[in-house]
Design a protein around this ligand. Structure first.
Ligand code: S3P
Length: 176
């Protein structure tokens, strides 16, 4: 069995920086592969009973990261290969999350240029980590800090000039 056939028996984990299309691509991929879709940000919000922005504001980032780690650990209770997962952009910063996701998952890193990320995030107010006067500087600093942990992924796709359908297709091609 080659590596890609093995990959089909794993969960597909879409990770990468904010606004690289993880959730939209994950939904499309899950539809096409007939798998269940799980978004760890949504699991966190349901567990906390509040939006991510409110968790950051009321309880701080560490509390958010703890809830995120619980959401990741919870994925292990699903049969391997049954899920498509979209994670939050900072999930791999904790080593235990990386180990857990790698155990049953193929890690697909979605990327985009800082310019495109900034353009996309400027359209919403959902990213508390980018609050403040200079979001561009924050995006660049976070990207630099995360570069190393993103390298642990199995497969990268630059989503800068691609539609959700194109990205989903690229992942399916990789799997087959
Ligand atoms: C975060 C990304 C967000 C969310 C939280 C923190 C990050 O998810 O988990 O605001 O640390 O990059 P998206 O990547 O889906 O925006």
């Amino acid at each position: 069995m080659n590596n890609n056939k093995k990959a089909v028996k794993k969960n597909i984990i879409l990770t990468g920086f904010m606004a690289t299309g993880k959730t939209a691509t994950g939904k499309e991929l899950a539809r096409r592969l007939k798998r269940r879709f799980v978004d760890t940000d949504q699991v966190v919000e349901e567990a906390a009973g509040m939006k991510i922005r409110d968790i950051f504001e009321k309880d701080g980032e560490d509390r958010f990261r703890d809830l995120e780690s619980v959401a990741v650990a919870g994925l292990e209770s699903h049969p391997a290969g049954s899920l498509v997962v979209a994670t939050g952009g900072g999930v791999l910063m904790r080593k235990e999350n990386l180990a857990s996701l790698k155990k049953h998952g193929l890690l697909v890193l979605l990327t985009a240029t800082p310019q495109v990320i900034i353009e996309r995030v400027s359209k919403t107010e959902e990213r508390p980590l980018l609050d403040g006067p200079d979001p561009e500087k924050k995006v660049k600093a976070l990207l630099a800090r995360r570069e190393q942990c993103y390298r642990a992924c199995d497969f990268n796709i630059d989503t800068t000039a691609k539609s959700v359908q194109e990205v989903a297709e690229e992942i399916i091609d990789y799997l087959s």
